[in-house]
Design a protein around this ligand. Sequence first.
Ligand code: NMX
Ligand code: MLT
Length: 436
Amino acid sequence: GKGIKAKLAKKIPIEREKFLGIKCLHGQKIIGQISVNSVIGGMRGLPLLFCETSSLDKNKGIYYRGKLLKDVCAKLPRVQEGTQEGTPEGCFFLLTTGLMPTKKEAQEVTKEWLKRGSVPRYCLRMIDSMDKRVHPMAQLCAASACLNPQSQFVEAYTKGARRADYWKYAYEDSMNLIAMLPTVAASIYANVFKDGEGSREVNHKEDWSGNFCRMLGLPEKDFVDLMRLYMILHADHESGNVSAHACHLVGTALSDPFLSFSASMCGLAGPLHGLANQEVLVWLTKLRKAIGDDPSDEELKKFIDDTLKGGQVIPGYGHAVLRDTDPRFVLQNEFAMKHCKDDPGVKLVTRLWKIIPEVLKKLNKVANPYPNVDAHSGVLLQHYCLKELKFYTVLFGVSRALGVLSQLIWSRALGAPIERPKSFSSTEICRFINEA
Ligand code: NMX
Ligand code: MLT
């Protein structure tokens, strides 16, 4: 609400000045080189994108607004009585404004989201009418896109709003969309897994995560704390990952935030990206079925080898940028050690953390043999009885909204132009090399 918007209104003119200064003084400076490998290899390593909200160090992991994720988790204000974790609301305040919120400021975001959280009936009806075979992620993409008639950005653009004001409408849409996501996601869950049974009532005494967990039928205190942590950890990972980049790319065409977020979720739904958290559980379930809950190291290594021989990747391991264990994995493991260290799934994931990297290193091609965020989340969700694997990436998506929409607000604030890189055919690349 007023808190974030007022802070942005103050900060944006200053950042615009800075941006213009960089453009005028340094716009022509060269900060990287492009190899043919980069062009044909997914642009890996190219310093190409702009991101205000977060920055990734290949060894230390993600920084939100210059703060290591572990410190963000430690410092975000604990808002509800008796909670051990900060809130995603506070995290959104940090990502958008760059400031660590006070307890009151984090509470204000909760209030604002509670006010904005009611989902239009037509959208809920659309979810209810979906065939259960439609994957929950596809339902999330559809639900987000279908909210586009709510867009204040579209309305303002149509009426000829000034470009300098675009961010205000992107902000309003983003706040409304985030506020609605727990109800949207819980309705998808109820539709696919519970024959439509489940509450859609927002309770004004609970925060965003509390409402979400209650709507999922899992109101236990520790699970709500896990959800708060989960929503903070998965929120942002720079702007080059598939979901953030998709949101940004579509947003630069001035498609509204509902459509941009829908595109983002289409990307998150892929097995090499967010769907990996579902894949990990599928893989672990097969493993436990094949060799039991307490296999020997040798049995585990053989199972890993067989997966690789079958031409599959080990889900939850590896990363395009990280070169060490993902701190988001470590933070989840710390939560697990505190709350459920004897859970067989948790024990297995903790053991595999030592074994899988050794096997992957031997392949001599995996750039990062260590676990990423997705290697851990599933067993924690299982522990608290959220058993439906197909829903896991939706949780990632609800969290990712915080990051990609913060980025979207800043893209509009700084006037990011339409993205449109040049492409080359193989013939053109060969011609270029021959002429060079
Ligand atoms: N298991 C087996 N092989 C792997 C793995 C893995 N976990 N990770 C990378 N490789 C292979 C990769 O397939 C490639 O093989 P080839 O040359 O035969 O095509 C080779 O190692 C080099 O790839 P990298 O440069 O290490 O990885 P890249 O940057 O291309 O891709 C991932 C990064 C994350 C897509 C990749 O590590 C992967 O597929 N991991 C498993 C899926 C996963 O956990 N994704 C989630 C990422 C986090 N998220 O939520 O988005
Ligand atoms: C993410 O959180 O988006 C993943 O770790 C993938 C990435 O950063 O490339």
